[in-house]
Design a protein around this ligand. Structure first.
Ligand code: DUC
Ligand code: ZN
Ligand code: ZN
Length: 477
């Protein structure tokens, strides 16, 4: 099966050029100058399918390196399954995800990973890999961690937040980071001072401040800055490469930039919610239907930050200056009904998470339209760097011969209206980005050569996606 994507503008992280892309089976066979006779035959007459990308961008499929399908959390479970979540991802131009396999307290690490394989296998619309959450640091789990690169799991996440759930103390983090140093695995960190946050949250509730807004007050930026610094110092001491997830505070970015300027292998991601949404406008929102509980739609951790303090502008700037290297979603959807509602009288009981896997490519493209980032940087932040950071580059993250034919044809003259009654395939009863208008549109999506989305129509099938055995990070200095 051969496909020619002709007349398009190919955008890679390294540059943009008018080019035709020849796909043979699941891989890219050639990237040709328009009208090229290099192959010695009329390419168009020798393919099965032609996709005309005239006036459109041809980009490597998005890679969302931070998702939580079916995560048991906050007394419930994230509402997207691997089937619904990856289908929504495909609609939004994302062709690979890296989800977090969970080892819970008291569980063997291997069993946690096996459970995630069980959940995902045969259900995904697009390719998927795993990071490992280390929820119980023991001699056995550290030994098991050491063996994970052989299974294609080359990064693990620890939590400085959520005492009693996923939390690890500094001693446990230090021990795991020593494994990270020895193996080259990337340590991913949820950097918030959980024990201190929990005290602040309890005091707020005791004072009668139970609305979602106070989730953002309890999880103060000082607690993110402090934890980020502590993680950096532990990483420095041990020599572990560090990747801080869902960065939202400008002071945390300053910590990352400080460490990077000293040559340390320290990286960070942010998420669309920290670029577009704020403490005042979303966590503090009220509606006729939900009153002040409306803000529960945006309860996630790290929390949305104050627009008055300029955190959002600082995130955009850090994306331009490479103080932050990439954008993931932290896709962790919960419905308002029966899920977010658990915290109707106490913000601490609202399951933490926002769904956005379907909108990441569009929301980041809007940053190109508004002049926040360049076209090439859009591709770099959403596909190329995630591939390099997590050991997939060459196969993923680039339009070049030999790479997987994970390709998105994106129309800069198209339009996307985000809303739960409009563009919405995630298993949620609301949209965190309701009313957002995007000056672009995901037209066609190929996953390893197969057209899975064509003009809003889903043509894929569950089980199309295969497990990605990843190598070590290709981003280290
Ligand atoms: N933050 C969230 O908002 N949800 C899942 C886990 C996390 O760290
Ligand atoms: Zn986290
Ligand atoms: Zn997460």
């Amino acid at each position: 099966m051969k496909t020619l994507i002709k007349n398009g503008t190919v955008v890679n992280a390294t540059g943009t050029a008018a080019a035709d892309v020849l796909v043979d089976g699941g891989t890219i066979a050639a990237v040709l100058a328009p009208g090229s006779t290099l192959l010695g035959f009329n390419v168009e007459q020798n393919v099965d399918t032609v996709i005309d990308a005239n006036g459109k961008y041809v980009i490597p499929g998005g890679i969302d390196a931070h998702t939580h399908m079916q995560l048991p959390f906050g007394g419930t479970e994230a509402s997207d399954t691997f089937e619904t979540g990856t289908r929504a991802a495909a609609h939004g131009g994302t062709t690979s995800i890296i989800d977090f396999a969970v080892q819970t307290y008291g569980q063997r690490l291997e069993d946690g990973l096996a459970a995630w394989h069980e959940k995902a296998s045969g259900n995904c619309a697009i390719d998927y890999g795993f990071h490992q959450i280390v929820g119980d640091v023991t001699t056995d789990s550290l030994e098991a961690l050491r063996r994970l690169p052989d299974e294609g799991v080359t990064s693990f996440k620890m939590f400085m937040a959520y005492p009693g759930v996923f939390y690890s103390d500094d001693a446990q983090i230090l021990k795991a980071m020593q494994v990270s140093r020895d193996t080259g695995m990337l340590t991913m960190m949820h950097a918030e001072n959980g024990p201190a946050i929990d005290v602040l949250a309890q005091q707020l509730v005791e004072q009668g401040n139970t609305d979602p807004y106070y989730h953002g007050i309890a999880r103060a930026w000082e607690m993110e800055e402090e934890a980020t610094h502590r993680a950096i110092m532990l990483a420095k001491l041990t020599g572990a490469p560090l990747y801080v997830v869902h960065v939202s505070a400008k002071q945390a970015v300053e910590q990352l930039a400080w460490a990077r300027d000293k040559g340390q292998n320290v990286f960070g991601e942010t998420c669309p919610q920290y670029l577009y949404l704020s403490l005042e406008d979303q966590l503090g929102a009220s509606s006729e239907k939900w009153g002040r509980f409306e803000g529960a739609k945006w309860v996630c951790s790290t929390p949305l930050r104050s627009g008055e303090d300029g955190h959002q502008a600082s995130m955009w700037q850090a994306l331009r200056t490479n103080d932050l290297q990439m954008v993931s979603t932290d896709h962790c959807p919960f419905c308002m009904k029966d899920q977010k509602e658990l915290g109707v009288s106490d913000f601490r009981k609202i399951p933490n998470g926002i769904g956005g896997i379907e909108h990441r490519m569009d929301l980041m493209y809007q940053g190109v339209v508004t002049g926040e980032i360049t076209l090439e940087r859009w591709v770099e932040l959403t596909s190329t760097t995630p591939a390099r950071m997590f050991g997939l580059y060459g196969t993923k993250g680039v339009i070049q011969p030999g790479a997987d034919a994970d390709i998105v044809v994106y129309d800069p003259n198209g339009h996307t209206s985000i809303g739960v009654e409009k563009t919405h395939h995630m298993n949620m009863d609301y949209s965190a980005y309701e009313g957002y208008e995007i000056d672009g549109h995901v037209d066609t999506v190929l996953s390893r050569g197969k057209v899975v989305v064509d003009g809003n129509q889903y043509l894929g099938a569950k089980g199309d996606g295969k497990f990605l055995k990843r190598g070590l990070s290709q981003y280290l200095i």
